[in-house]
Design a protein around this ligand. Structure first.
Ligand code: FAD
Length: 270
């Protein structure tokens, strides 16, 4: 039961969030189920927001349905992926969403068309409305099961090679968004490239440092704190501002209070 008198935040896998060392003065609702909840209607899948994204990708490939393979290996839930319009290799989940069942902060259920979620690069309006994705309907294409399964294995291998092992080197994925082009003719530019140019790979704060294979990923060791991650992210953004006059926009969200956080933050998740 959602009660506005008791502040809460909703998380899925928590894979894109750094939680304050000081803890949170609110309830945390975790909407994640180990058993996938997926219904088939021809090429459409209705899936709960609590289902793990990678499990959905595996399920779609095994069913010979094309349109989600690029999400293979992305940690977290379908709900988290919808909220942040998760994507890779030039594709994003918002492209296949036909409708979503939402629960508002007032506890009202609502079915809305995918277009009303205002998907853009790593963003949907859910980040502002804080509506909860209870389930979504995804419209996929028929594909070849064997081809999709082979492609999935290749993507998982690539991720394994390029990304940190989450068990030994915890991270929250790419820290900053790629940079929007200044004209339609150009492509988005990798934040990692700008970070690399500034030499951030040598930066560290306490137990937090930059992943050696990717300048846009912060990893931490056992002694690393959330504050270390925050401080390092500030140093990274400052380095790019100084050298390129570009303000990087964070993809990772912070939860709760941090030393030296901006004064105008009123949300628990920011
Ligand atoms: C190693 C690694 C690799 C990654 N690679 C990619 C990548 O290739 N592409 C990419 O896009 N992302 C990537 N990510 C980031 C992250 O995994 C995704 O953004 C993922 O979709 C977040 O899902 P989550 O359930 O963990 O969300 P959380 O971290 O739990 O939450 C993130 C946001 O989503 C909201 N949210 C969660 N569940 C719901 C729900 N049911 N309804 C409404 N809002 C909800 C939360 O309130 C919060 O604002 C990566 C992360 C890691 C650690």
């Amino acid at each position: 039961m959602i009660n506005q008198n008791h502040p809460f935040i909703l998380i899925g896998g928590g894979s894109n969030i750094v939680v304050s060392d000081k803890g949170l003065n609110c309830y945390v609702i975790r909407y994640l189920t180990d058993i996938p909840i997926i219904e088939h209607h021809g090429n459409e899948l209705i899936v709960s927001g609590s289902t793990k994204l990678d499990t959905l990708a595996e399920h779609a490939a095994e069913a010979g349905l094309e349109g989600l393979n690029y999400t293979s290996g992305i940690p977290g839930t379908v709900g988290g992926a919808i909220a942040g319009n998760a994507g890779a290799f030039g594709q994003q989940i918002g492209d296949v969403v036909t409708s979503a069942d939402l629960i508002s902060l007032h506890g009202k259920n609502n079915t809305v068309p995918g277009s009303s979620l205002q998907f853009s690069y790593r963003h949907s309006c859910l980040k502002e409305t804080n509506d909860i994705v209870s389930s979504v309907c995804l419209n996929l294409k028929s594909g070849h099961k064997k081809t999709l399964q082979k492609e999935r294995i290749d993507i998982l291998k690539l991720r394994h090679e390029k990304h940190p092992d989450l068990f030994t080197q915890p991270c929250a994925g790419s820290f900053f968004r790629n940079i929007e082009p200044s004209s339609k003719a150009e492509k988005r530019q990798a934040a990692g490239w700008f970070l690399e140019q500034t030499g951030v790979k040598t930066f560290a704060c306490g137990g937090a440092k930059i992943f050696e294979k990717h300048a846009n990923i912060i990893i931490k060791n056992d002694n690393g704190t959330a504050q270390n991650v925050f401080d390092l992210s500030q140093k990274m953004a400052q380095a790019v501002r100084n050298q390129f006059n570009i303000d990087l926009i964070r993809e990772v969200r912070f939860a709760g209070p941090f030393d030296n956080m901006p004064p105008n933050i009123h949300n628990i998740l920011w």
